[in-house]
Design a protein around this ligand. Structure first.
Ligand SMILES: C[S@@+](CC[C@H](N)C(=O)[O-])C[C@H]1O[C@@H](n2cnc3c(N)ncnc32)[C@H](O)[C@@H]1O
Length: 177
């Protein structure tokens, strides 16, 4: 498994309108190998969903509410993390995925509404998954997959109550009491 520490920062969700999208951003982060997601606006239900998913399917993924994302960006940069901002205006993922996959620690920033200019300026990588507008969920999933080369799907989640046995047909689930 690759040794890169991956975290995600979700900036500025529009509460209620973006709740489902934000929940999916968090679920994709968890399922695709990130360790933590930071959010500056949060509906408590999103935290409850994550807690439930961690309980059933294994823990190790965290959600943290933060007051000020600019302070987080500064402190992460100080720690040595590279900031990877997902934007359709950025560099083609095909051209930068190799370089990003060699980083030790990254913080991936995804927006909801218009992202302020200083994020573009302070990012180490502004990365586009195509230069067309689409969705932060799909952009995040593709970037996480590209930089880990699919290895994230070999990872085991600790203390899972439920565990799927992959099968050709039907559903096989083990319940660990
Ligand atoms: C629905 S978009 C809103 C973008 C907003 N109109 C802007 O100009 O920043 C929400 C987020 O999805 C992500 N996104 C959308 N299309 C993308 C693309 N082609 N490549 C990378 N990220 C993308 C970006 O993180 C963006 O902030």
């Amino acid at each position: 498994m690759n040794k890169m520490t991956i975290e995600v920062l979700r900036i500025g969700q529009r509460i209620v309108r973006d709740d489902r999208v934000t929940t999916h951003v968090a679920l994709v982060s968890r399922a695709f190998g990130a360790k933590k997601i930071y959010m500056n606006e949060i509906n408590p239900e999103i935290k409850d969903t994550l807690t439930r998913v961690n309980k059933s399917w294994g823990n190790g993924f965290e959600l943290e509410y933060i007051e000020n994302w600019r302070t987080l960006l500064k402190s992460k940069k100080k720690e040595g993390a590279k900031i990877v901002h997902l934007t359709m205006y950025g560099q083609n993922i095909n051209d930068v995925q190799k370089k990003i996959s060699k980083e030790k620690q990254i913080l991936i920033v995804v927006g909801a509404e218009k992202v302020p200019r200083d994020v573009y300026e302070n990012a180490d990588y502004n990365v586009a998954v195509g230069n067309q507008p689409h969705s932060e969920i799909s952009a995040l999933a593709i970037v996480l997959d590209r930089i880990q080369g699919g290895k994230q799907f070999d990872a085991k989640f600790d203390n899972a109550r439920l565990q799927i046995i992959p099968s050709e047909k039907g559903k096989q689930v083990i319940s660990n009491k």
